[in-house]
Write a protein that binds this ligand. Structure first.
Ligand SMILES: Nc1ncnc2c1ncn2[C@@H]1O[C@H](COP(=O)(O)OP(=O)(O)O)[C@@H](O)[C@H]1O
Ligand SMILES: [Mg+2]
Length: 312
């Protein structure tokens, strides 16, 4: 695997994804970045905004195994991780849960109880599950694409800040604009039965993940990342400070971003473009600022404007 080949795989992934989903290029790119940076992605947005379709089509293109978990309030942790089944002779055999796959779609994650959510989030973090004191390693690569239904609705259990922090990137899926709406309608027959090809393999993905670790990040760019994180952390309208995961995420994703662009070094612009995806879900706004309609997005924008960009 090399940089040119990676850029080519990326182009093909985007092309295949576009057979199933019109527009949303930033979310499509976030999925690829998440895969290469080795993290999990959260997709939020209103019903019918192609969240499930995006995740499902992405998994088909990537190769490897895929499982979908449709979360409901009556689900138990064992429905995620798996369980032991005992034969009449008392012989145990482990029945793997749907977490054992390369790509796991955790659909409508906030519709299940905190206990079941924790089972998933723990496995996501540790890349393993422990059942009756036996530890089972998960697949590699392993990526969870979770979707949330709009919070506050009946029968939703919002994820805690600690859980949200586990997601590398968060993308927001919006309703289509007029132009996109037109394209969706006029190509609905092929959208509903897309002819999606697998364009990469798990071996290639692991090679791309390794390659991204070789992308050069200059001290000036590292300094730019830490300046942004500090500026956000101490913003007067931010309620709880950003965890160290924010800076690490920006760093890892910026390397993946540069790689997809066919470069072996990160430029400040890669960082800038990533901050919203990497940080917006982790920022909590003070209630008094919220009353003045200040959003995490606005806070990010004003801090990005404030922090000096290193010259390149
Ligand atoms: N941008 C889009 N491109 C293609 N199809 C779309 C788009 N937005 C919505 N749709 C269509 O809307 C329907 C609902 O999509 P779905 O993925 O189930 O939404 P969600 O999971 O967000 O509720 C699907 O038939 C999907 O093809
Ligand atoms: Mg859905």
């Amino acid at each position: 695997m090399n940089i040119e080949k990676t850029a080519e795989v990326y182009r093909k992934i985007m092309e295949e994804l576009s057979r199933a989903v019109i527009g949303k290029n930033e979310i499509k790119k976030a999925l690829v970045i998440g895969l290469i940076a080795g993290g999990h992605i959260l997709i939020e947005g209103p019903p019918g905004s192609a969240k499930t379709t995006l995740a499902k089509s992405f998994s088909k293109i990537i190769g490897g195994t895929f499982k979908r978990i449709q979360f409901t309030p009556d689900m138990m942790p064992a429905d995620i991780t798996g369980f032991y089944l005992y034969s009449l002779q008392g012989e145990p055999s482990f029945i793997e849960g749907p977490i054992f796959a390369n790509i796991v779609l955790a659909d409508e994650l906030n519709r299940t109880t905190p206990r079941t959510q924790s089972a998933l989030l723990e496995a996501m973090q540790e890349h393993q599950v422990t059942i009756e004191r036996q530890t089972f390693l998960l697949s590699s690569p392993f990526m969870v694409i979770a979707t949330q239904v709009q919070t506050g609705g009946e029968g939703t259990y919002p994820l805690t800040d600690v859980q949200i922090d586990r997601f590398l990137l968060r993308a927001y899926s919006q309703h289509p604009d007029r132009e996109e709406e037109g394209r969706i309608i006029s190509s609905i027959d092929s959208i509903e039965a897309p002819d999606i090809k697998m364009v990469t393999t798990t071996e290639e993905i692991i090679a791309m993940q390794q390659l991204s670790k070789q992308i050069h990040v200059s001290p000036a760019v590292v300094n730019y990342i830490t300046s942004i994180v500090h500026s956000l952390r101490f913003d007067p309208d931010v309620l709880s400070g950003l965890s160290a995961r924010s800076g690490i995420t920006i760093f890892k994703c910026a390397r993946a971003f540069a790689l997809l662009d066919g470069r072996d070094y990160v430029i400040p612009d890669d960082v800038k473009r990533l901050v919203y995806f990497a940080v917006e879900h982790r920022l909590r706004v003070k209630p008094e600022a919220e009353m003045e309609d200040i959003t995490p997005r606005m806070i990010i924008t004003r801090n990005l404007d404030k922090v000096p960009v290193p010259k390149f």
